[in-house]
Design a binder for this molecule. Structure first.
Ligand code: MIC
Ligand code: SF4
Length: 645
């Protein structure tokens, strides 16, 4: 059989199952990454798994999200992660070293390897030919403990790139264009595999911009072949020995084929408040802006920032605009200073932030009331920037930089050709902020007072009668469920504290209603839980007593997080039945264990209408077991009796 690239890598790592779309498979995990805002939970869970050392070939713990240290909380988290990394044989990337995905691409990611990360943008490493998947914390902890990961075999969709980009169009515009076509749920259950003549014209960081935002499509991952461009990137990073050439087999088959002509791509922007609300920049020209933010794991490579510097050189940031720049890695920042580009950025009036996620996750730089912010990031959900009334547009660094000068959205097409001369790849290497396990020998694991135990569910009851404590519409994000930002991120290790803010932007009474009704059910529309991998969006509802979410459909990582937490992800057999349940209706699920054991059909009764509704529990046999046990940790306990939580 002629295999595509995704199938080739999966085949090489397959432990059990068959590579048929929709079937359960278990694969070997070569490497993992965590970041601090999901990492504390991951490591608490890893500790509960009672292992000596990680079973992966490489695991890296990054600190890049919770970088503001306004109190002891974030610093406590950093210290906990550092000590736990030392104990289990995990590399520790210190605060200041950069954003996990950018640093991983530069220093660690390898073509042909599997990577599981507790962050939804882990597929960034698909730009170098890794099969890189974002997952919930428990799955990543389990991958470190056992070296394996179970998932549903996705469909593989081929995106054939033809032609070459015509400046000022960029890789960011390509993925925005694809998002506009396929929408934020267009990738659910799929891997996007890029092929075609156009691939050769894109550098590894450009490819990584595209695979990074595959997360916004809802895809399991996205991947590029490993070719001469990959070799060039690895060589400049002193990692030539990590190179292997990887292509799909000649005549490989795909479940779907989409063709994109790079030469037709023009500068694009995702308008408020969704990454798929895409328009050509020229249609938005003249929109007044108040903030420009350049950076994030999508667009903070050396080339991205050099392009911004070239455009801003000798100019002045518009008086009505605040321009902030957060470089993706310490290597990028150092190289910018060596090449003089940093000087151009500082001179024009840019505010240089430290290397990290920063404004992308609302860690500072929240815009003013009704502000309009142009960002090179990947998500523009309402309120994510820290200001609910702000409007966020997602664009390329080129569009962002020129707009910062004019104070309004500006099409970069007016820039002269000299701006678009070739930019050399990042050739600078410095790992002195990466602590190797052999150099990190803590005396013990240090847990400050902010670090609280994670909540555990109880095995499923025989029947459940609960009120619908919340009814929401389509595309609810994990930012809606468990908001982040500078005020809440410091409490990612403190579920009781976070629970007071669950759904705070949607229904501030949600925690109270859960408490007064002894938990309950949530009813939702399509694509519930899109966005981040944060399992807090499941752990906090678990803590508040949520037993099931009944939705028209779910986003992949969030569905896995609900199952791992022992919360039932139920889907309406007929989406129209969404209208048959109102907030505060009482729903009864009788003989639930028996129903789950029998198959995937679950019948519930809306007691307020005395009406039966058919639901589907679309899970694998393993997931069925996990739900019956009341979540993954209980499942592990029941199987191996090794957990000491
Ligand atoms: C995000 O971009 O939303 C985050 C913050 O990186 C999340 C992880 C988190 O919530 O900590 C993600 O994308 O998974
Ligand atoms: Fe960090 Fe933003 Fe990337 Fe998430 S999307 S990893 S917050 S830079």
């Amino acid at each position: 059989m002629r295999l595509n690239l995704a199938q080739k890598i999966i085949k090489e790592h397959l432990i059990s199952g068959s590579m048929e779309a929709g079937k359960q498979i278990e694969i070997k995990v070569d490497s993992t990454l965590t970041q601090d805002s999901t990492g504390t939970m991951v490591y608490l869970q890893l500790e509960a798994m009672d292992i000596e050392k990680v079973k992966t070939k490489l695991s890296v713990a990054y600190v890049d999200h919770n970088m503001l240290q306004t109190g002891f909380e974030n610093a406590d988290d950093h210290l906990y992660i550092k000590t736990v990394a030392g104990k289990y044989g995990i590399h520790f990337s210190r605060p200041g070293n950069g954003i996990c995905h950018q640093v991983h691409l530069e220093r660690f990611a390898k073509p042909g390897w599997t990577l599981l990360g507790s962050d939804s943008h882990t597929p960034t490493a698909g730009g170098i030919g890794s099969l890189a998947i974002g997952a919930g914390g428990l799955d990543v902890a389990a991958a470190m403990a056992h070296g394996t990961y179970s998932m549903t075999m996705p469909k593989v969709c081929n995106i054939v790139l033809q032609g070459r980009l015509r400046p000022p169009a960029t890789a960011k515009d390509v993925i925005l264009y694809i998002l506009g076509k396929l929408t934020v749920k267009g990738g659910v259950g799929k891997i996007f595999e890029y092929t075609g003549e156009g691939v050769k014209t894109l550098s590894v960081p450009e490819r990584a911009t595209i695979t990074n935002m595959g997360a916004e499509l809802g895809a399991t991952t996205s991947i590029f072949p490993s070719d001469e461009k990959t070799l060039e990137f690895l060589k400049l990073q002193g990692r030539e020995e990590d190179f292997v050439e990887l292509y799909p087999d000649e005549g490989a088959e795909y479940d779907e084929v989409i063709t994109v002509d790079l030469s037709e791509i023009v500068p694009m922007a995702a308008c408020p408040h969704s990454p798929d609300n895409v328009k050509p920049v020229r249609e938005l020209e003249g929109t007044k802006i108040t903030q420009v933010a350049i950076g994030s794991c999508t667009n903070s490579s050396y080339k991205d920032l050099v392009m911004a510097a070239r455009i801003l050189k000798g100019k002045k940031v518009h008086p009505d605009v605040s321009l902030v720049i957060s470089p993706g890695s310490k290597q990028v920042l150092t190289k910018l200073s060596m090449s003089g580009a940093l000087q151009d950025l500082i001179e024009c009036g840019a505010r240089i932030l430290e290397c990290g996620c920063g404004p992308c996750i609302g860690m500072g730089q929240a815009p003013e009331t009704d502000g309009v912010s142009l960002r090179t990031f990947n998500r523009n959900f309402e309120g994510r920037c820290g200001t609910k009334s702000a409007k966020v547009y997602l664009v390329s660094p080129e569009t962002a930089a020129i707009s910062a000068v004019y104070g309004k959205i500006t099409d970069p097409s007016k820039l002269g050709p000299e701006i678009f001369a070739e930019v050399e790849e990042i050739s600078y290497v410095n790992d002195n902020m990466i602590l190797k396990p052999e150099d990190n020998k803590p005396e013990g694991i240090i847990k400050g007072p902010n670090i609280k135990p994670f909540p555990l569910n109880t095995p499923l009851q025989d029947s459940l009668t609960k009120k619908v404590v919340l009814k929401v519409g389509d595309n609810i994000t994990t930012d809606h469920i468990m908001p982040s930002g500078a005020k809440l991120l410091p409490y990612r290790s403190n579920i009781p504290y976070l629970s007071e803010y669950c759904f705070s932007g949607v229904d501030p009474d949600f925690p109270k209603n859960c408490r007064e009704n002894d938990g309950g059910f949530i009813v939702a529309g399509e694509n519930y839980g899109q966005g981040s991998s944060r399992e807090h969006a499941a752990l906090v509802p678990l803590y508040l007593g949520i037993k099931a979410v009944i939705a028209k459909s779910f986003a992949r990582i969030h569905k896995a997080n609900l199952i791992n937490s022992g919360i039932l992800p139920l889907v309406f057999a007929d989406p129209k039945d969404y209208n048959k349940i109102n907030a505060f209706d009482e729903i009864e699920i009788e003989d639930i264990k028996e129903q789950i054991k029998r198959g995937n059909k679950i019948t519930v009764v809306n007691k307020n209408r005395d009406e039966k509704i058919e639901l589907i529990l679309d899970v694998t046999d393993r997931e069925r077991e996990i739900l019956l046990c009341g979540g993954y940790i209980n499942y592990l306990k029941s199987r191996r009796n090794v957990c000491n939580v």
